[in-house]
Design a protein around this ligand. Structure first.
Ligand SMILES: *[C@@H]1O[C@H](CO)[C@@H](O)[C@H](O)[C@H]1NC(C)=O
Ligand SMILES: *[C@@H]1O[C@H](CO)[C@@H](O)[C@H](O)[C@H]1NC(C)=O
Ligand SMILES: *[C@@H]1O[C@H](CO)[C@@H](O)[C@H](O)[C@H]1NC(C)=O
Ligand SMILES: *[C@@H]1O[C@H](CO)[C@@H](O)[C@H](O)[C@H]1NC(C)=O
Ligand SMILES: *[C@@H]1O[C@H](CO)[C@@H](O)[C@H](O)[C@H]1NC(C)=O
Length: 443
């Protein structure tokens, strides 16, 4: 399947349009058709509406049983197609591959991720090994007893492969998919490797509850290079915050204790087009937030202490004009994005996936996080923060008094502020809490 990543495709077509004014009208029609055709697969994954409707009957869902121990000794392996799209789509796809491997009582062969979003051409696919992004050994030690990863060098007979294609299309139901997996488990236990070909795991049917995904995510830690760059960005933000605090002369503070708010803003044109369509399809009006609405709702969060630095996590190169996001903030909220912060060049050196990973870390560590509940990126940040609070034994998860508070600016909460947001870890469906949803589990 050939898919152009839509964010780039819009720009690409815009360029072409300018070059050939004569073809303007034809161009427009073509753009409309192509973008539509090309964006559908991506967006149906993004919003995953179809998948949500056919989601699995609750009582049939599989639960992770921690007593079953996957033996990594004389392992059998599972190989999956290259994992693609945005960082958090890739994380979900990876987790789904792990859960599938576990169901087949197999060890997952370290998959290839994708460094780039743009892959119209095969050579632009830019595969990147899992262990260039996440720590391999740490994953296996943290996830021992649940999931294990293997390197391709561990396969002893590379011809001993059973290849299977996942079914697709409307008639390929969740039940059929589950049956296929069960059959594989029972009838192909002797093949050293089972290789699933075709669609990448983000598009596979889902059979697992949120807490199983959370278990995989818990074992994922970025490689040190990424953490170090995130450290640099966070210290820049805190340095600036400290200056602001001193200037307003109402605090002493040390660098470590200077709080910051991270706002994951989705205001690029293609997101706006996508979310308007989604609003129509779902008949709800709470998905797209304009910049003005976002700014207002962040400003109205009850109890937010000012002055405070706001870090705007925006996909810079997808924006028409960076300076737009910096204006309009309430007094005491001091907005910064990568350029103003002076970290733009550091980001630019990195491929898309790594940039996104750094931003993810910066959002994750923020004192207050504000995102869009329909965004996969925002949702996984909130899931991660909720999980951290749970592991600290924190019972209360909503509002500014908790350790890692999060908010959704696309939903209105108390006093016209953004609504408090925590992930529902007992939800039976990842989709319900992680992409295309306005459930925020907070009053
Ligand atoms: C799972 O696989 C391991 C070796 O790969 C094997 O020893 C074990 O019996 C299998 N368990 C089940 C329940 O099939
Ligand atoms: C490797 O696997 C193939 C296919 O199952 C088999 O024919 C072959 O004998 C195996 N080779 C060894 C050395 O076991
Ligand atoms: C700043 O520190 C000084 C000395 O430690 C203390 O007296 C003062 O109250 C502090 N100011 C604020 C606003 O915390
Ligand atoms: C959309 O939602 C509104 C209120 O939420 C409702 O009145 C209307 O009938 C809905 N339209 C469709 C087509 O479902
Ligand atoms: C979390 O999800 C479960 C299962 O869907 C549901 O029963 C529960 O009410 C949800 N909790 C919250 C706070 O939304």
């Amino acid at each position: 399947m050939e898919i152009v990543y839509c964010k780039n495709s819009l720009r690409f077509f815009r360029l072409h349009l300018m070059k050939s004014l004569a073809c303007k009208c034809v161009g427009l029609v073509v753009i409309a058709l192509v973008v539509r055709a090309v964006c559908l697969p991506r967006f149906s994954g993004y919003g995953a509406i179809e998948q949500s409707i056919n989601s699995f009957p609750v009582n049939n869902r599989l639960m992770l049983n921690p007593e079953v121990v996957v033996d990594s000794g004389k392992s059998k392996f599972l190989e999956v197609p290259q994992i693609i799209w945005g960082l958090n789509n890739q994380k979900i796809a990876f987790a789904r591959a792990c859960l599938t491997a576990r169901m087949l009582n197999r060890t997952l062969l370290m998959p290839s991720l994708s460094a780039s979003l743009f892959y119209k051409e095969v050579d632009l696919l830019k595969p990147i090994p899992f262990d260039k992004v996440f720590q391999f050994e740490r994953f296996n030690s943290r996830c021992r007893g649940f999931f294990q990863l293997a390197r391709h060098s561990q396969v002893s007979n590379t011809s001993d492969v059973f290849e299977i294609r996942k079914g697709s299309g409307r008639r390929w139901t969740v039940e059929k998919d589950l049956e296929q997996l069960t059959q594989l488990r029972h009838h192909r236990p002797y093949d050293e490797t089972i290789r699933i070909v075709g669609k990448h795991p983000f598009l596979w049917h889902d059979h697992w509850p949120v807490k199983d995904y959370a278990k995989v995510f818990e074992c994922l830690e970025f490689v040190e290079e990424i953490s170090r760059e995130a450290d640099q960005v966070v210290s820049k933000i805190r340095e600036i915050g400290l200056e602001e605090l001193r200037r307003s002369q109402n605090a002493n503070g040390t660098l470590q204790s200077v709080p910051y708010v991270a706002v994951h803003m989705r205001i690029e044109k293609d997101w706006m087009i996508h979310c308007k369509k989604l609003e129509q399809r779902l008949n709800i009006s709470e998905i797209c937030s304009s910049k003005e609405q976002t700014v207002q709702r962040v400003g109205n969060i009850v109890g937010l202490k000012t002055p405070v630095v706001i870090y705007l996590a925006v996909a810079d190169d997808l924006l028409e004009d960076n300076s737009v996001v910096l204006g309009g903030w309430k007094e005491g909220l001091v907005p910064f994005e990568k350029k103003k912060l002076g970290v733009f060049d550091m980001y630019k050196k990195q491929p898309y996936l790594i940039q996104s990973a750094i931003d993810y870390e910066v959002c994750l560590r923020s004192d207050v996080f504000v995102g869009n509940s329909f965004s996969t990126f925002s949702s996984l940040v909130v899931l991660d923060r909720t999980q951290r609070m749970m592991s600290m034994g924190v019972a209360e998860r909503c509002g500014l008094d908790v350790r890692w508070p999060s908010y959704a600016y696309n939903l209105e909460g108390e006093s016209k502020g953004a609504r408090a947001w925590a992930a529902n870890m007992s939800d039976l469906n990842l989709h319900a809490i992680s992409y295309g949803s306005n459930q925020v589990s907070c009053p």
